[in-house]
Design a protein around this ligand. Structure first.
Ligand SMILES: Cc1ncc(COP(=O)(O)O)c(C=O)c1O
Length: 396
């Protein structure tokens, strides 16, 4: 099949919900992907923040191949040794006091579970969420996702949410004073889609204090920040804060779809059979992938590598005068101009990047083991993309 044929068939049958890059990929290894025609790309978009260990990481591929021979799937109506090992690894890496796990299939499902359990635990219907935040497209998550374009058509059926400016703890306190029915405060610790926006550590600690004072839960959506991407398994430990629930997905299966919620002892102790469930959550292929991903993360000491990667990019971009936001493998490059044409120029040079709601930001979510030489190549390519654009602007 040619690229044009693949594009034509997808466009014929798949509903047009996605904006796409004009490529059809057929292969990936490490930090690189190849299109159907054999063209190679450096993937700093990381397959949508999924390829934490690179594309088709050897141990994950071997684990799911072996598991497929053994048992493809059985639900949570039975126990299973692969699931038990994945749980043990996840429980060992989870922050102290958050060792209880619910497995599901995506980030949205993980957040839905956290929201549901928070509501049951506190009996309040209202969620406080952050302006600029993104939590998924299902109705519960959508209620807490900031962008009005996503929410507007469904406003009449969405659960009650009070949005406050991200980073403004006083606004959260005002929300608690104004509403006596708040179940939880939900946030992305680093707002990725907004453009890698982070608050000072004191903010997250104040949110913890406020939730304790008003009897609400603190829910961290770590779908992007989690699984070591920001240098520690959960970013919460870097702030010295223990949330009540942490949602994980994206990187957790090394490329295989899986989500999870980590829950505190207190919340887990109130959960009863039937409170939540999903057929495919905790399936054997996903569990083999989780076990292999977490094993690789630890044995190859990749979490500190994420922080080194961030520093490498930051120092490489210093001469260009771009400011760099984020942590570890979540990187926002703030340009002095719209990012879109610059990203297009990078694409022409074979480099995949992400955009953000902030039009001047390029988002990078690369595999955290991306070789430094590849990152140096990106810095050079960005330098030339910025220069080319300047020349064009001067010439025209
Ligand atoms: C922070 C965050 N939360 C939740 C989600 C939803 O995850 P999924 O697309 O797996 O449902 C995303 C997806 O991009 C995300 O970035």
């Amino acid at each position: 099949m040619t690229t044009q044929e693949a594009i034509a068939l997808e466009n014929l049958y798949q509903i047009p919900t996605y904006a796409r890059m004009p490529i059809a990929l057929s292969r990936g290894k490490g930090s690189y992907v190849w299109d159907i025609d054999g063209r190679k790309y450096l993937d700093l978009y990381g397959g949508h923040c999924v390829a934490l260990l690179g594309h088709s990481p050897t141990r994950v591929v071997e684990a799911i191949r072996a598991q497929a021979e053994q048992l493809l799937f059985y639900s949570n109506t039975v126990y299973n040794d692969t699931r038990a090992r994945a749980l043990e690894r996840l429980g060992t890496l989870a922050p102290e006091g958050l060792q209880h796990v619910f497995f599901c299939n995506s980030g949205a499902e993980a957040n839905e579970t956290a929201l549901k359990l928070a509501r049951k635990h506190t009996r309040g219907p209202r969620i406080v969420a952050m302006e600029g935040g993104f939590h998924g497209r299902t109705l519960g998550c959508l209620a807490t996702t900031w962008k009005d374009a996503y929410r507007a058509p469904y406003r009449d059926v969405l659960p009650a949410t009070t949005f406050v400016p991200f980073g403004d703890a006083a606004a959260v306190e005002e929300a608690f004073e104004a509403h006596g029915d708040i179940a939880a405060v939900l946030l992305e610790p680093i707002q990725s889609m907004a453009g890698m926006v982070e608050a000072p550590a004191t903010y997250y600690r104040t949110l913890r204090d406020l939730c304790d004072r008003y009897g609400a839960l603190l829910l961290f959506d770590e779908v992007q920040t989690g699984v070591g991407r920001t240098g520690t398994f959960s970013i919460s430990t870097q702030y010295g804060v223990r949330p009540d629930c942490i949602s994980l997905a994206k990187s957790l299966g090394g490329g295989v779809p899986v989500g999870a919620v980590l829950l505190s002892d207190e919340i887990a102790s109130t959960v009863k059979p039937g409170d939540q469930g999903t057929t495919f959550g905790g399936g054997m292929i996903a569990m083999a992938a989780v076990e292999a991903t977490l094993q690789t993360l630890v044995e190859e000491n990749l979490m500190p590598r994420a922080s080194n990667l961030f520093e490498h990019i930051r120092s490489g971009l210093e001469p260009l005068g771009c400011s760099v936001r984020g942590r570890g493998g979540l990187i926002g490059i703030v340009l002095d101009r719209p990012a879109s044409p610059v990203r297009a120029a990078l694409f022409e040079q074979g480099i995949l990047t992400g955009g953000a709601d902030d039009p001047n930001v390029i988002r990078l979510m690369p595999p955290i083991n991306t070789p430094f030489e590849a990152l140096d190549g990106f810095c050079e390519a960005l330098s030339s993309a910025l220069n080319i654009r300047q020349t064009v602007e001067i010439d025209t």
